[in-house]
Design a protein around this ligand. Structure first.
Ligand code: 3PG
Length: 224
């Protein structure tokens, strides 16, 4: 058994710095589930050109890994988070396709342990103080709060700040243009994530101009 102290030491504080430098570029992180590989680059480009330069691309679809490869090549300056990572095996796939960071919807001991050793930082998903405490023991300081609205939303985040005021969150799940600002006003929120920037109807219609406008609206409204 590794002691808590050893675990803490294993996670260099630069991970927090790395995650901060990514998240500070982005008040808003679009969450993408790419269904058709041919949509990958135009969709990511529309968001990027609209001013949202940090994207979470989920491993929820068959073409996700290939989509990430192509987006990385087409938009080398975008920061790509690989999302919906459920296992260390998927974490390794994310490393292989050049993820800048990994996002998980929830956490397991296996993921927490793997993330400590990986060169790619992880934003672990938590919904409760207990999950947060476990991550804290491993040295994690930045978290995704998921599913945000269903897990108590703003009230929960304010409550987290009581016992663990140093933790910072990217709430995701049920966030949109109308409530993003309220989340961003919290001291322990560094950015918010969501799928509202990529409505299925616009993606299906390949209306990249409309998606660029949505991205621009969010980028301008929530600019740091
Ligand atoms: C995620 O995995 O982060 C969510 O699916 C995004 O949540 P939303 O669709 O409610 O924005």
């Amino acid at each position: 058994m590794t002691s808590d102290k050893t675990i803490d030491k294993q996670l260099p504080s630069t991970r927090t710095t790395e995650l901060d430098s990514i998240c500070l570029k982005a008040e808003v992180i679009p969450v993408l589930a790419i269904q058709r590989i041919e949509d990958a680059v135009p969709l990511a480009r529309a968001l990027y050109e609209g001013g949202l330069t940090v994207l979470e691309i989920t491993l929820r679809t068959e073409c996700a890994l290939e989509a990430i490869r192509r987006i990385n090549e087409a938009l080398p300056h975008a920061s790509i988070g690989v999302g919906t990572v459920l296992t260390p095996a998927q974490y390794r796939q994310a490393e292989e396709v050049g993820a800048d960071f990994v996002v998980t919807p929830g956490t397991t001991e296996a993921l927490y342990r793997y993330g400590v050793t990986s060169p790619v930082p992880m934003l672990p998903g938590v919904a409760t103080v207990s999950e947060l405490m476990t991550g804290w023991q491993y040295g994690y300081r930045r978290f995704k709060f998921f599913p945000a609205e269903a897990s108590g939303g703003i009230k929960a985040l304010k409550s987290f700040a009581g016992p663990i005021p140093e933790a910072r969150f990217c709430p995701t799940g049920g966030i949109g243009i109308n409530n993003a600002e309220d989340y961003l006003a919290l001291k322990n929120v560094m950015c918010v994530g969501g799928s509202w920037l990529t409505p299925k109807s616009l993606v299906d219609a390949e209306d990249w101009d409309a998606i660029r406008s949505l991205a621009r609206e969010a980028a301008e409204r929530f600019h740091h």
